[in-house]
Design a protein around this ligand. Structure first.
Ligand SMILES: *Cc1c(COP(=O)(O)O)cnc(C)c1O
Length: 357
């Protein structure tokens, strides 16, 4: 049976990205060696990093003065590296969910943290509006897409301070105005590559301000990786290669504008069915609905059908639709590689299940 992958992360990648990675794992560039057994300093690998960096710049239309680096440690390590490198005295954080909260917890180790707004009291079902950022904050930190709760900013804020954003689960899904940010980071396993690499886009002249207040361990200093072109130590070679294949795929499909168009199309299809189907309802405020992680639950009068629907959908090939435990119900993750066909298959399940009940 055909499987439809709605996993939240690690998650679906385009088939050709997986196939091309598999080929290179067997024989890298016809060298007779596996991608997994060559040195990261091999002359054939440097072009992989160079091309990946160039494609990131091209696809996100990054202005000069920024550097893209490939690190290990996941987005979770960035929660600590960001304040280590950028927090001098005070930082502002928008609390939109679990990941934002974890980022704030780390920042508090380094200085004053101002929570500009929070939707915690409403179980993060919306993105707070109408807040202000202290003009003397070193930066405002946001989470562009809240993978667990299914809310998404879908725009770059206009605020009087520099911004830093965790774009782990929607990077390359829409155009971004990078010039507003000192730093953008993303764990790769949602929308870019397999687990193991984190992409960090950093404005070079924003680095070094924290020298006035602290020393930074070498590995946690962004300058180390900027200066060494992600080769200070051994980077995650295979995940970087997979990222390159995916970046090539995104470009060939028409870039982030086309990714945006497709994401909106898929999300429109699925949310329309959630709103129409008497069994289900969405969990978040309509204007903040994520086009990447689409969360829904059974309507109250059909609550007992949650497990039966899960089993029914699983029997039809749906994978990874169980909601996160902090929301319950269902979550269909529709990253760049998700297809209209996959979303239609899930919609067909919902319709068929409705007609059976
Ligand atoms: C998954 C996720 C993280 C954590 O990523 P790791 O790579 O597992 O550390 C952080 N932020 C967001 C928005 C995520 O979706």
């Amino acid at each position: 049976m055909k499987k439809y992958n709605f996993n939240a992360g690690p998650s679906m990648l385009p088939r050709e990205v997986i196939e091309n990675t598999a080929k290179q794992i067997l024989d890298f560039n016809g060298s007779g060696l596996s991608l997994a057994e060559i040195s990261h300093r091999a002359k054939d690998f440097q072009p992989v990093v160079d091309e990946a960096e160039a494609l990131v710049k091209e696809l996100l239309d990054i202005p000069d003065g920024y550097k893209t680096i490939f690190l290990g440690g996941g987005a979770s390590l960035e929660f600590c590296m960001v304040p280590y490198n950028f927090l001098v005295k005070k930082a502002a954080y928008l609390n939109t969910g679990t990941w934002a909260k974890k980022a704030m917890k780390e920042a508090k180790l380094f200085g004053e943290v101002v929570e500009v707004a929070s939707s915690a009291d409403a179980n993060y079902t919306f993105i707070p509006k109408g807040w202000t950022v202290p003009a003397d904050a070193d930066y405002l930190h946001t989470t562009s897409n809240n993978t667990i709760y299914g809310t998404e900013m879908r725009k770059d804020y206009d605020v009087p301070v520099r911004q830093i954003c965790d774009m782990s689960s929607d990077i390359f899904s829409r155009p971004v105005d990078v010039s507003k940010y000192d730093c953008i980071y993303a764990g790769a396993q949602k929308n870019l590559s397999m687990a193991g690499v984190t992409i960090v886009i950093v404005k070079e002249d924003a680095l070094g301000k924290a020298d006035a207040v602290r020393k930074i361990p070498t590995m946690l200093d962004y300058r180390t990786h900027v200066e060494k072109g992600s080769m200070f130590n051994t980077p995650p070679v295979v995940p970087i290669y997979t990222a390159l294949e995916n970046l090539r795929w995104i470009k060939a499909q028409g870039g982030v504008k086309e990714m945006d168009r497709r994401a909106l199309q898929r999300a429109d299809m699925l949310y329309s069915e959630i709103d129409r189907n008497k069994l289900f309802r969405g969990t978040v405020a309509e204007e903040d609905r994520s086009v990447m992680n689409i969360c829904f639950v059974m309507n109250d009068e059909y609550a007992e059908l949650e497990k039966p629907f899960f089993e029914f959908a699983t029997s039809k090939g749906m994978v990874g639709i169980k909601g996160h435990r902090s929301v319950g119900g269902f979550r269909a993750s529709c990253y760049n590689a998700q297809t209209v066909e996959g979303v239609q298959a899930l919609i067909d399940c919902m319709k068929e299940f409705e007609s059976n009940h």
